[in-house]
Ligand binder design. Structure first.
Ligand code: APR
Length: 275
């Protein structure tokens, strides 16, 4: 595979874009230290999605086996706490500043696209730092690192791991006093903002599919939808091209290396005389 040739092909496509959309998966945050789900050693290697991927399953598993689960939660919380936007996130922010990229659609809940400067971010699986009251539905967004530090210290202070004690680690609603949960989509729950996501895919001129295995729907449809609507499709993924049927360029690299290279190549194409 001529990787340099694929980067040049992708850059030629992006250099002419004005309404590009990125559809991102966990691979974009891998180089920020947040584990993906399906890579070896990923989240689903350590936790069973059937036990913790749905709300009832998670509650049931916490009730039966909190001792086993809590250390994994702390490990995940710590990864989210130490994470910062990596060069892949920053490159997507740069593409928005260059008026090439309009929207980021993401399956990630880590808030890193917003922190990298993208202003139109469609979070189809929600955001872990936007809390939702389980009773009145009130939404409250908290600074990522602050919220994690608060929850971590409450977990470490727990005397018991019964459900009632575990529930005390989550903040309370400032409207009705009930507990708040992360505003994220668990398996079997309604995916968020799908109309906006599919409209963006239908109207974009380029779809960048970055760091996703393309196995979870409806997000996995987006690159196919974009292609059908006339867009060019660029895929960035070191291990697989789940969209090979529709991709116009495939860069088999880590997003943290590929994306900055792509942006630099686009800049050279757009302003050749700056060398
Ligand atoms: N750069 C780019 N891609 C990477 C990198 C990297 N550094 N490291 C891994 N990848 C790729 C992997 O090759 C894989 O194709 O990222 C992809 C991650 O796939 P998944 O773990 O399946 O993550 P994702 O596609 O986001 O999963 C979708 O599944 O469990 C649900 O809700 C969860 O949002 C998640 C959804």
């Amino acid at each position: 595979m001529d990787v340099e040739g694929e980067i040049k092909k992708a850059a030629d496509i992006l250099a002419g874009a004005g309404n590009a959309v990125a559809s991102c998966g966990a691979g974009v945050s891998a180089e920020s230290g947040i584990a993906t789900f399906r890579d070896p050693g990923g989240v689903w290697d350590k936790l069973n999605p059937a036990e913790v991927g749905t709300t009832p399953g998670l509650i049931n598993t916490l009730e039966k086996n909190a001792e086993k689960l809590i250390p994994f939660f702390i490990e995940l919380l710590e990864a989210f706490e130490q994470a910062d936007p990596n060069p892949a996130h920053l490159a997507l922010g740069e593409l928005e500043k260059m008026a090439i990229l309009k929207t980021v659609i993401t399956q990630n809940i880590d808030n890193l696209h917003q922190e990298a400067g993208n202003t139109d971010v469609i979070e189809v699986h929600g955001n872990g730092f936007r809390l939702c009251c389980v009773s009145c539905g009130n939404l409250q967004t908290k600074p990522r690192k602050e919220l994690i530090a608060e929850i971590k210290s409450k977990i470490h202070a727990l005397k018991d791991y019964d459900l009632a004690s575990i529930a005390t680690v989550m903040p309370k609603c400032d409207r009705c006093g009930a507990i708040m949960r992360p505003d994220v989509v668990m398996f079997g729950e309604m995916v968020k903002d799908t109309d906006r996501a599919f409209s963006a895919a239908n109207h974009c001129d380029v779809m960048l599919a970055v760091g996703t295995s393309g196995v979870v729907y409806p997000a996995a449809y987006l690159p196919f939808q974009a292609k059908e609507a006339g867009a060019r499709v660029i895929v960035v993924n070191p291990n697989e091209n789940a969209f090979s049927r529709v991709s116009d360029a495939y860069i088999p690299m880590n997003a943290g290396e590929a994306m900055p290279k792509l942006v630099e190549t686009v800049k050279k194409i757009r302003a050749p005389d700056t060398g």
